[in-house]
Design a protein around this ligand. Structure first.
Ligand SMILES: Nc1ncnc2c1ncn2[C@@H]1O[C@H](COP(=O)(O)OP(=O)(O)OP(=O)(O)O)[C@@H](O)[C@H]1O
Ligand code: SF4
Ligand SMILES: [Mg+2]
Length: 327
């Protein structure tokens, strides 16, 4: 297994109190596999990713428990120096907003080339040739002519391709893409997502794809982990989850996807708001919003129940059987 996150806990200490952002998250990603991480805003998707990458905002953030095993080593035990070597070379991250992640005063060629100069000791000239090669790989037209241009001279979709090229440069074993297409318009979104999926296959990388758009992941992900209030509430192979969710929250997310064949129908929305992370409800954190909640849900926190015997599916709902049956 390439990456194993085990029982990860992250808190933020602020003057208002302690926000429990990640509360015992475990997930795994293998080489060549895409895990989609899904959930509403504030569910802890990015914070988990930042903990894996070692870019958590500390303080106010603090990892209070768990392990992050990457190629067998626990990253949380590494010294910052060793951690830095892992970052970029062995795992890389793609963010939503390329414009704020790229340096505005360096040409894209210089930024791409820098990776090879710093990490591989290449000459500037060779690094520039590598930059052109990478721009070709992510299908930026006229790469040779555009290598000297600055980030603002590229469209949003092209900038996102440059981010993908930066992430791929050193051929890392793992890429974490945090809402990589959210800022783009719909047709460009699909192109960038297809490109990412294709390169991931070709390089046989593990990919964690963070999104709150269930529509995007259907074609590209192998498995899905659904997060709520800093916990995983359901994991499943992607097609099983679409066919029949085993958690009422997943059901709600699926029902809120806009569908072309339902034009004119009112879109379903999960009632209520995500919980305050300084006061997560007892029992099942989802109970105030759950159409299926019973008395037991108010007091007993549901463990991750095995939905499939081989362990490929889990649901943190006391009533996963009924949810699955009614799907
Ligand atoms: N730098 C920070 N300082 C204080 N609290 C933070 C910080 N970053 C995250 N948090 C807390 O962690 C919670 C989870 O944040 P996270 O960014 O992981 O959400 P997310 O699931 O990625 O949501 P989104 O879909 O909006 O990106 C936030 O709601 C907030 O309470
Ligand atoms: S445990 Fe109860 S409240 Fe939580 S999702 Fe299941 S039915 Fe709803
Ligand atoms: Mg986020």
């Amino acid at each position: 297994m390439l990456l194993q996150v085990r029982d990860l806990h992250v808190e933020f200490r602020t003057h208002d109190g302690v926000a429990k952002a990640v509360n015992g998250v475990s997930y795994e990603v293998d080489a060549g596999e895409t895990l989609a991480v899904l959930g509403e805003s504030g569910s802890g998707k990015s914070v988990t990713a930042q903990a894996i990458m070692g870019i958590l905002d500390v303080p106010p953030g603090r990892i209070t428990g768990g392990e992050i095993l990457f190629q067998g080593r626990d990253l949380l035990q590494l010294k910052e120096d060793d951690r830095r070597k892992v970052r970029g070379a062995e795992m890389a991250m793609i963010f939503q907003d390329a414009l704020s992640s790229l340096n505005p005063v360096l040409s894209v060629g210089e930024q791409l080339g820098e990776m090879f100069v710093v990490h591989r000791g290449m000459s500037r000239k060779d690094a520039r040739a590598k930059a052109v090669e990478l721009m070709d790989r992510v299908r930026i037209p006229a790469a040779k002519e555009r290598v000297g241009q600055y980030p603002h001279q590229f469209s949003g979709g092209m900038r996102q391709r440059i981010m993908i090229a930066m992430a791929l440069a050193l051929e890392p074993a793992l890429i974490i893409a945090d809402e990589p297409t959210t800022a783009l318009d719909v047709t460009v979104q699909a192109q960038v997502m297809d490109l990412l999926a294709e390169l991931q296959q070709e390089y046989h990388m593990g990919l964690i794809l963070i999104t709150h758009d269930l529509g995007v992941v259907a074609d590209v992900a192998d498995r899905i982990a659904v997060m709520y209030a800093g916990r995983i509430v359901e994991t499943a192979p992607v097609h099983d989850l679409y066919k029949a969710p085993a958690h009422p929250y997943t059901r709600g997310l699926l029902d809120s996807i806009p569908r072309l064949d339902h034009k004119g129908h009112e879109l379903y929305a999960i009632k209520g708001l995500p919980p305050n992370l300084m006061a997560i409800p007892p029992g099942c954190a989802f109970h105030p919003r759950c159409p299926r909640a019973q008395d037991v849900c108010l007091t007993d926190e549901p463990p991750l129940y095995a939905v499939a015997e081989d362990g490929a599916r889990e649901s943190a709902c006391h009533f996963w059987r009924e949810t699955l049956r009614d799907a």
